[in-house]
Design a binder for this molecule. Structure first.
Ligand code: GLN
Length: 261
């Protein structure tokens, strides 16, 4: 599943992060003795790599923006392109506002937004109690005061017109899509959506048109081939001034719209 260069660099990263090896001990001091505890950790690493478990799950840590998030197999590993959502909010809004991160998973989007601006009130919702548990660990590890967690089936529990901004990186992969073969260690519920991957997105857009204040902003991440259908759904639900942001490979991955006043 991985080439030998990847395994090598992951192993070196593991030695540094988990076993606190210095570069000199890895590259020069080949006689460095290993404690039994460290030998066990290395055996465990090899076993997990053989099973194809991603490094972030092995280390229980994932970098997102400048923060280290706790992750395990109950949540998706944060992806670099999702940082574009956080940067967009950071660069365009500053006054005290209410923001919802719908389907917060590890909490990476909501927590990063909350940490960037303490005047924001950020809510993170998820249907999965397991995911909320992980998000709660991150809220405490990163000492985030302006981030609240709520269990909800998307936006079902929220009052009308209560948010200024709703952001979401929902499950959007179609059932049976070949990309899923490489994602077997991540929770299916965080990845897959019915209706060719669009069911959750349609639900969020529809519910957001009620939960957002008029003039509120909706920001949704989606698959690179879903731009047209997502834009159509935004229009159907009274969103205007729709724009799309591209990821680092210049593929259309994030749609943004303003709810009609
Ligand atoms: N918001 C989280 C992330 O972007 C979880 C996303 C999800 O579970 N689909 O990593």
């Amino acid at each position: 599943m991985f080439d030998s260069d990847t395994i090598k660099s992951e192993f070196i990263f593991f030695l540094k992060e988990k076993l606190h090896f210095k570069d000199s001990e890895i590259y020069i001091d080949s006689d460095k003795g290993l404690s039994n505890a460290n030998k066990d950790l290395i055996k465990e690493f090899i076993k997990k790599k053989n099973e194809g478990i991603p490094l972030d799950y092995i280390l229980n840590s994932s970098k997102f923006n400048e923060y280290d998030f706790f992750v395990d197999s109950r949540v998706l590993i944060p992806r670099p392109e999702t940082e574009i959502i956080v940067d967009y909010v950071k660069n365009h809004f500053s006054s005290p506002i209410n923001i919802l991160d719908a389907g917060t998973g590890s909490g990476c989007i909501g927590i990063s937004i909350a940490l960037n601006n303490p005047s924001f009130r950020v809510y993170g919702s998820d249907y999965s109690v397991d995911a909320l548990d992980v998000a709660c660990i991150n809220k405490h590890n990163l000492n985030v005061k302006n981030f609240l967690l709520i269990q909800a089936n998307w936006l079902s529990c929220f009052k009308t017109k209560c948010f200024d901004i709703i952001v979401s990186n929902p499950p959007y992969i179609a059932e049976g899509d070949s990309h899923l073969e490489k994602l077997v260690h991540e929770p299916n519920i965080a990845l897959v959506s019915k209706e060719n991957g669009l069911f959750c997105i349609k639900n969020i857009v529809e519910q957001s048109s009620k939960a957002l204040k008029s003039g509120g902003i909706l920001i949704i991440e989606h698959g690179y081939q879903q731009q047209d259908e997502v834009e159509e759904t935004f229009k159907k639900n009274k969103f205007t001034k729709i724009i799309n942001l591209k990821d680092f490979q210049l593929l259309p991955r994030i749609t943004i719209g303003i709810l009609e006043r």
